[in-house]
Design a protein around this ligand. Structure first.
Ligand code: DGP
Length: 112
Protein backbone atom coordinates (compact mmCIF):
# COMPACT_ATOMS: atom_id res chain seq x y z
CA UNK A 1 0.00 0.00 0.00
CA UNK A 2 1.99 3.04 -1.24
CA UNK A 3 0.41 5.51 1.18
CA UNK A 4 0.77 3.29 4.25
CA UNK A 5 3.44 4.45 6.73
CA UNK A 6 4.30 0.96 7.98
CA UNK A 7 4.44 -0.46 4.43
CA UNK A 8 6.96 2.28 3.65
CA UNK A 9 9.00 1.37 6.76
CA UNK A 10 8.97 -2.33 5.77
CA UNK A 11 10.09 -1.36 2.25
CA UNK A 12 12.96 0.69 3.71
CA UNK A 13 11.63 3.94 2.25
CA UNK A 14 11.22 5.46 5.74
CA UNK A 15 14.00 4.78 8.25
CA UNK A 16 13.30 2.86 11.44
CA UNK A 17 15.33 0.96 14.03
CA UNK A 18 14.60 -2.62 13.01
CA UNK A 19 14.92 -5.22 15.78
CA UNK A 20 13.59 -8.41 14.13
CA UNK A 21 12.54 -9.67 10.71
CA UNK A 22 10.97 -12.90 9.50
CA UNK A 23 9.39 -13.86 6.19
CA UNK A 24 6.00 -12.59 7.40
CA UNK A 25 6.73 -10.24 10.32
CA UNK A 26 8.76 -7.08 10.86
CA UNK A 27 9.61 -5.40 14.19
CA UNK A 28 10.97 -1.90 14.82
CA UNK A 29 11.17 0.59 17.68
CA UNK A 30 8.26 2.95 18.19
CA UNK A 31 9.20 6.56 17.38
CA UNK A 32 7.41 7.73 20.56
CA UNK A 33 8.32 5.12 23.20
CA UNK A 34 6.00 4.70 26.16
CA UNK A 35 8.31 2.31 28.04
CA UNK A 36 12.04 1.51 28.02
CA UNK A 37 11.23 -1.21 25.47
CA UNK A 38 8.55 -0.18 22.98
CA UNK A 39 8.59 -2.12 19.74
CA UNK A 40 5.97 -2.45 17.04
CA UNK A 41 5.54 -5.89 15.46
CA UNK A 42 3.75 -5.71 12.12
CA UNK A 43 2.88 -8.10 9.29
CA UNK A 44 4.64 -7.63 5.97
CA UNK A 45 1.22 -8.03 4.38
CA UNK A 46 -0.92 -4.94 4.59
CA UNK A 47 -4.07 -5.33 6.69
CA UNK A 48 -5.84 -2.46 8.42
CA UNK A 49 -5.85 -4.13 11.83
CA UNK A 50 -5.13 -7.46 13.51
CA UNK A 51 -8.71 -8.66 13.12
CA UNK A 52 -8.54 -8.11 9.37
CA UNK A 53 -5.16 -9.88 9.30
CA UNK A 54 -6.77 -12.87 11.03
CA UNK A 55 -9.23 -13.06 8.14
CA UNK A 56 -6.79 -12.59 5.25
CA UNK A 57 -3.61 -14.26 6.57
CA UNK A 58 -4.45 -16.12 9.80
CA UNK A 59 -1.08 -17.84 10.16
CA UNK A 60 0.67 -14.52 10.58
CA UNK A 61 -1.19 -13.57 13.76
CA UNK A 62 0.61 -16.14 15.95
CA UNK A 63 3.86 -15.25 14.18
CA UNK A 64 3.46 -11.64 15.36
CA UNK A 65 2.96 -12.92 18.91
CA UNK A 66 5.98 -15.22 18.60
CA UNK A 67 8.19 -12.37 17.36
CA UNK A 68 6.89 -10.09 20.13
CA UNK A 69 7.92 -12.67 22.73
CA UNK A 70 11.31 -13.06 21.06
CA UNK A 71 11.90 -9.29 21.07
CA UNK A 72 10.95 -8.98 24.77
CA UNK A 73 12.97 -11.96 25.95
CA UNK A 74 16.03 -11.03 23.90
CA UNK A 75 15.89 -7.61 25.58
CA UNK A 76 15.86 -9.38 28.96
CA UNK A 77 12.21 -8.95 29.84
CA UNK A 78 10.14 -11.85 31.24
CA UNK A 79 7.24 -9.44 31.79
CA UNK A 80 5.88 -7.47 28.90
CA UNK A 81 2.58 -6.18 27.61
CA UNK A 82 1.13 -6.59 24.14
CA UNK A 83 -1.27 -3.83 23.12
CA UNK A 84 -3.45 -3.94 20.02
CA UNK A 85 -5.36 -0.73 19.45
CA UNK A 86 -8.16 -1.35 16.96
CA UNK A 87 -10.14 1.59 15.64
CA UNK A 88 -9.84 5.32 16.28
CA UNK A 89 -11.73 5.31 19.57
CA UNK A 90 -9.34 2.64 20.89
CA UNK A 91 -6.35 4.77 19.94
CA UNK A 92 -5.33 3.28 16.61
CA UNK A 93 -3.62 5.94 14.52
CA UNK A 94 -1.83 3.84 11.88
CA UNK A 95 -4.11 1.62 9.79
CA UNK A 96 -1.62 -1.23 9.32
CA UNK A 97 -1.96 -4.07 11.84
CA UNK A 98 0.54 -3.90 14.70
CA UNK A 99 1.27 -5.20 18.16
CA UNK A 100 2.88 -2.83 20.64
CA UNK A 101 5.43 -4.62 22.83
CA UNK A 102 5.95 -2.66 26.06
CA UNK A 103 8.37 -3.62 28.82
CA UNK A 104 10.94 -2.30 31.25
CA UNK A 105 8.73 -0.49 33.73
CA UNK A 106 5.72 -1.29 35.90
CA UNK A 107 2.59 -1.00 33.76
CA UNK A 108 -0.66 0.14 35.36
CA UNK A 109 -3.95 -1.68 34.96
CA UNK A 110 -6.52 -0.90 33.65
CA UNK A 111 -4.99 1.07 30.78
CA UNK A 112 -6.41 4.51 30.06
P1 DGP B 1 -1.37 3.14 17.24
O1 DGP B 1 -1.69 4.46 17.89
O2 DGP B 1 -1.77 1.95 18.10
O3 DGP B 1 -1.92 3.07 15.83
O4 DGP B 1 0.21 3.08 17.15
C1 DGP B 1 0.94 3.68 16.16
C2 DGP B 1 2.34 3.85 16.66
O5 DGP B 1 3.18 4.13 15.57
C3 DGP B 1 2.53 5.00 17.65
O6 DGP B 1 2.87 4.48 18.94
C4 DGP B 1 3.67 5.82 17.09
C5 DGP B 1 4.23 4.94 16.02
N1 DGP B 1 4.74 5.65 14.88
C6 DGP B 1 4.07 6.60 14.16
N2 DGP B 1 4.83 7.06 13.16
C7 DGP B 1 6.01 6.36 13.23
C8 DGP B 1 7.21 6.39 12.45
O7 DGP B 1 7.35 7.11 11.47
N3 DGP B 1 8.20 5.55 12.84
C9 DGP B 1 8.08 4.72 13.93
N4 DGP B 1 9.13 3.95 14.23
N5 DGP B 1 6.96 4.67 14.67
C10 DGP B 1 5.94 5.48 14.32
Amino acid sequence: MPDCLFCQIIAGDIPAEVVAETSTAFAFRDVNPQAPLHVLVVPRTHAADVGELAEVEPGTVPELVRVARQVATEAGHDSYRLVVNTGAEAGQTVLHAHLHVLAGRALAWPPG
